[in-house]
Write a protein that binds this ligand. Structure first.
Ligand code: GDP
Length: 461
């Protein structure tokens, strides 16, 4: 065990809001996260940055150092912001807490030159469905013709000079984004004109490349969280920990481990936990709670230090026996002084909490996690495509047996999202003329299926 003190565990404290980054591929999600992490490391040389698993915590002191006079730490009582390290709406919809989204707030990254793209729209649908407040980061402003870097740190300026500074080309692109947001049912405006960030979407021009606008983005998010989300951040910090599995992976020396975010209470190194698994809840004893060693670069996770306890909201690697069947996106709960079967029942009901309506006739959907299964199913429901079976896991021969019972030719299909297709299932599908669709991007998967339906319908005419 390390000699670091266990976290403070006063009851009724406020936890850190959890932030996810979404957007179309190549619009700059990873670069923006890297830039935020980089700014935090640069500003926090005094030692304020701690190492995490699966998420980067930017404490209030560091945000106020980056944002200058716009963030006065005495105005805030939330501890900072916790950014989920894996960007993308796939991970967002996978990561759930108590049936909702794990992230409290999202950054939707949109390339100012490229505008709204299919995955931008997909992300917006997910944000709407989960009622997650979000801010738009209009990224890559440095690539807009006529752009000149801002001499002063952006947030040091008045809002008026900010808006004057925005050149016409950039302006045009930014208003196109605002227009797209309004076409999708959101009232949106440039962030310096937005009064209420809960009712209106603020658009923040940024460059992940130069860092311009990043302080503004952090300021807006901190303000939004503090003003509108404070009540949701109240936790029982000393209580039994509640969290979500980010990833199940092999860690040298520890076997199968869970990368997890604890969003309520505290998990201790001697706790018994219940984890959601493919075959139902797993009850196991924590063997070790792990963090990257303090002096290692953020995101390298070769060696770990063991800690006694981790309190919400924070990322941690959990080593324990019997984790092989654990599932990304599944709940984790500490039993401690609670009734064991009650905790198991809670995990069971969270696992069953997915709402997919299946029918006598329809397609078969297989996905890697409950969250993605839910996202695909709700898109199919919107398109009025019936579903006969929706399950987490690899495509197996029995799935083909189900699909071949469909009466409609368009329903003799399996939509497989980010899962393996077993060899004998593939052979059987070919033999029984069941069409297999495999993709790791939801909209592409559904597009491929839609094209197939169109082709069948045209052939029938
Ligand atoms: P992701 O797929 O959304 O995670 O996008 P990435 O972060 O991987 O970025 C895609 C490409 O755009 C990379 O080549 C980045 O270097 C580049 N990029 C991202 N942000 C910016 C930016 O603000 N300015 C410029 N010029 N390039 C950027």
């Amino acid at each position: 065990m390390s000699d670091t003190d266990p976290p403070e565990t006063d009851a009724d404290t406020l936890r850190t809001p959890i932030v996810a980054v979404l957007g179309h591929v190549d619009h700059g999600k990873t670069s923006l996260l890297d830039r935020i992490r980089g700014s935090a490391v640069a500003a926090g040389e005094s030692g304020a940055i701690t190492q995490h698993i699966g998420a980067t915590a930017v404490p209030l002191s560091v945000i106020s150092e980056i944002a200058g006079e716009l963030v006065d730490p005495t105005d805030f009582d939330l501890p900072g912001l916790l950014f989920i390290d894996t960007p993308g709406h796939h991970s967002f919809s996978t990561l759930r807490s108590r049936g909702g989204a794990l992230a409290d707030i999202a950054i939707l990254v949109v390339d100012v030159n490229d505008g709204f793209q299919p995955q931008t729209l997909e992300a917006i649908d997910i944000l709407k469905r989960t009622e997650t407040p979000f801010i738009v980061a209009a990224n890559k402003i440095d690539t807009v013709p006529g752009w000149r870097p801002n001499e002063n740190s952006p947030v040091q300026q008045t809002m008026e000079s900010q808006s004057e500074r925005v050149q016409s080309d950039l302006n045009e692109n930014l208003y196109e984004i605002i227009g797209e947001l309004s076409d999708n049912g959101f009232s949106a405006d440039m962030y310096w004109r937005v009064q209420n960030f809960q009712a209106n979407i603020g658009v923040v021009p940024v460059s992940a490349e130069t860092g311009e606008g990043v302080p503004d983005l952090l300021t807006v998010m901190m303000g939004l969280s503090q003003r509108y989300m404070k009540e949701e951040m109240a936790i029982d910090a000393a209580g039994p920990g509640v969290g979500t599995v980010l990833e199940v992976k092999d860690t040298q020396g520890f076997g199968t481990t869970l990368d997890a975010i604890i969003y309520d209470g505290t998990i201790r190194a001697d706790d018994t936990i219940v984890v959601g698994g493919l075959q139902g809840p797993i009850v196991t004893d924590v063997r070790a709670l792990l963090r990257p060693r303090p002096l290692e670069e953020i995101r390298t996770e070769q060696t770990f230090e063991q800690v006694d306890a981790v309190a919400a909201a924070d990322g941690v690697k959990i080593a324990a026996p019997d984790l092989d069947g654990a599932m990304a996106g599944a709940p984790i709960r500490v039993i401690r002084d609670r009734n064991r079967s009650e905790v198991i029942a809670e995990v069971e009901s969270e696992l069953a909490g997915i709402e997919v309506t299946t029918q006598e006739e329809g397609v078969v959907v297989k996905a890697d996690t409950l969250g993605s299964l839910e996202a695909i199913s709700s898109t199919l429901e919107e398109e009025e495509i019936p579903i006969m079976r929706a399950e987490v896991g690899a495509v197996a021969p029995r799935d083909i047996r189900v699909a071949e019972t469909a009466n409609e030719p368009t329903h003799r299909a399996i939509l497989a999202f980010s899962v393996e297709v077993l060899d004998d299932a593939r052979d059987l599908a070919e033999q029984e003329e069941v069409k297999l669709f495999e993709n790791d991007v939801i909209y592409q998967l559904i597009e491929e299926y839609d094209d197939h339906v169109t082709a069948i319908e045209e052939a029938q005419q």
